[in-house]
Design a protein around this ligand. Sequence first.
Ligand code: PMP
Length: 401
Amino acid sequence: MTPSEFRLSSRAQSMKASEIRELLKLVGKPSMISFAGGIPDPGLFNVGLFQDAWRHAFGGPSIAREALQYSTTEGYAPLRQWLADHMRKLGVPATAENILITSGSQQGLDLVGKLLLDKASKVITARPTYLGALQAFSALEPQFVPLEAPQPTGPDAARLIYLVPDFANPTGQTMSRSARQNALDQAKVLNAVIVEDAAYSSLRYDGEDLPAIAALDAAEAGSIDATRTLYCGTFSKTLSPGLRIGWICGPATLIRKLAMLKQGADLHTASFNQMVMHQVAEMGFDSQLERIRSVYRVRRDAMLAALDHHAPPGLRWKKPEGGMFIWLELPDHIDAYVLLEQAIRQDIAFVPGGAFFPDGAGRNTMRLSFSLSDEAQIEVGIFKLCSLIGQQAMAKAVNVY
Ligand code: PMP
């Protein structure tokens, strides 16, 4: 029997393998300068602290048995408490009851989708936005509506507003305080839930700290349990993505529903990983943040400087105040997918921006990540990439005459 003969669900039938992921499989080559992955530099992981935490989790028979046993769906109690304290520092008055540990914030996105969406339900997102959120929500066959579009109210209103307010993937841009307030006001009018994806929020390199939407919401509502924001956090961009530890912070009623949904998905996030992550967070979260911010700031500045030097006319970008990404807009006639094939032949990789639009727009855009390459690689990579873009722009000019 071939796969085409099985009677798959309509959602599985409509899923396509990403052509970009296929191309980017080549990125593992050692000679490649990759601006593609939005991933932390493994050279910055605090390996020693993780080794100590692993030894601690297996330190005595009773703690080792706890690490090896099933545990509760809501998560390892000391980690929930650590995260409630962390959220309070961000102005969100959480207790452990307001925290659900998830297997990465990606699982958080999957669960909030299942909590809120039926087939054809409306989801408001920025355009472009995080590909993984589009994938998680798409499995539920909703209708994506751009943030700027006029929104119907009543039974047909959007149920979920998905936002990445800080240093967004893919654009690197940050929502102003008034844009956050407007989103909250709009959610109230629509009676929608805001999903605040805070994957990069700790990675600010300059500019002033802005309040989380969850904090604005709690300040207005007077209590976290009266809010409508589900904050999806993660240790992936700060401590380690490999242990797959994220969290959702929100009103306890929704957290309890989300825990029921998580039960059906994986019973609970790995006990051992939660215990290790708790220990590492307790011992070294602040120092790790300080270290990675200083390294990524230098890399961001190196990429901005290289673009200033080498970019041909017609390229546009903005300085991100944090995160891992610079978003490039190319002249309209340049196709970033075609450019990627040429770039890969020259050992440079990036992600074509079209991947981040729900409707196939944005073919003349690209996402550059500065987290994985050192300053010398960034200079060489941006020089080569800008030369390629310049050649494409020139080819068009020749065609005209
Ligand atoms: N949200 C955003 C905006 C991301 O960029 C990512 C990872 N690329 C995630 C969520 C998911 O991260 P994780 O599951 O590792 O927490």
